[in-house]
Ligand binder design. Structure first.
Ligand SMILES: Cc1cc2nc3c(=O)[nH]c(=O)nc-3n(C[C@H](O)[C@H](O)[C@H](O)COP(=O)(O)O)c2cc1C
Length: 287
């Protein structure tokens, strides 16, 4: 249920069984059976679509704290809790972050912009307190721990937001200029902005729809990984994504083209090929 009088996300017609069938159909657009355990949590998760157009409506008091409580409830490797989040509501700061984030205007438009961070600074503080240098932090593994922790925390907050009738979109473009983002947010050494998240009420005049995913036989492997059928499975997904794009009046690009273009060469990384250098500059001397 929404906390304020906002339009609910588009509902599938009919009763619960029809809703379940429709949400599974839209998620895969194949012959996947819809039966299985079902409840409101699963319905919320399966209704996800990224929102890139927001109303200016402010979020109800306490929403940010509730989202962060959901984030804090996520599992965390060894209880290290190597993540932090910076919440930005100041318009001028959102505008500057939009520039750093590939000029994506929804960063300026959303009422709440969150930057989810890998955070080793508390470990450094604890080490200093105990007069230890913590040489283990110079390796890739603890950075990966922070990435996993931050992503799990963020996704918990994301689902909580959607359950409250809010929409969101992640912003990976926060990694285009990591040092500039760190300076804008006043991040101490050992903290890195991993990705952003625009949060707010979706503009009902610009609705987004459920984007079809790879079929389950692409991502689910029973007992052992099955690579043999993968070429056909991927080929079958291409036209389903194109069908979705056509319905949304988006440029029609098969997934195999979209995905390979994103990683085809160093230019395709749009400056992020220097990530190791950026991390070193931000206090992660990863070897
Ligand atoms: C870590 C991450 C970073 C993302 N960065 C951006 C971004 O910078 N801009 C954007 O419009 N969408 C971004 N997205 C959203 C994805 O494009 C989107 O989740 C994907 O296309 C699937 O669509 P859906 O979320 O509507 O199902 C990002 C998603 C993730 C998980």
């Amino acid at each position: 249920m929404n906390l304020v009088d906002q339009p609910d996300p588009p509902k599938v017609a009919g009763g619960e069984a029809e809703r379940q069938t429709e949400l599974i159909r839209l998620r895969y657009r194949d012959d996947m059976a819809a039966d299985g355990p079902w409840n409101e949590v699963i319905a919320t998760i399966l209704s996800h679509r990224s929102v890139r157009a927001f109303l200016p409506t402010k979020l109800p008091a306490g929403t940010l704290e509730r989202l962060v409580a959901a984030a804090s409830a996520a599992s965390t490797s060894s209880n290290l809790q190597t993540w932090s989040v910076v919440a930005i509501e100041d318009q001028a700061r959102k505008d500057r972050l939009a520039i750093l984030g590939a000029e994506q205007k929804f960063i300026s438009q959303c009422p709440l912009f969150l930057v989810w961070c890998v955070d080793h600074s508390r470990l450094h503080l604890a080490g200093a307190e105990r007069q230890m240098t913590l040489g283990g932090l110079d390796y890739l593994e603890p950075f990966m721990v922070g990435v996993v922790d931050a992503a799990l925390a963020a996704q918990n907050a994301a689902i909580a937001a959607e359950s409250l009738g809010l929409g969101f979109v992640y912003i990976g473009a926060m990694r285009n200029r990591p040092e500039d983002v760190a300076a804008e947010l006043g991040l101490p050494s050992g903290v890195m902005g991993l990705f952003g998240m625009c949060v707010g009420y979706a503009d009902p005049t610009r609705p987004a729809d459920i984007k079809v995913r790879l079929p389950q036989n692409a991502v689910l492997h029973r007992e052992q990984y099955h690579a043999d059928s993968m070429p056909e499975v991927i080929a079958a997904y291409d036209p389903r994504l194109v069908e979705f794009q056509r319905e949304q009046a988006m440029r029609e690009t098969p997934w195999t083209k979209l995905a390979t273009e994103r990683v085809k060469d160093i230019e395709a990384l749009r400056g992020r090929d220097r990530m190791r250098q950026a991390l070193n500059n931000l206090g992660f001397p990863i070897r």
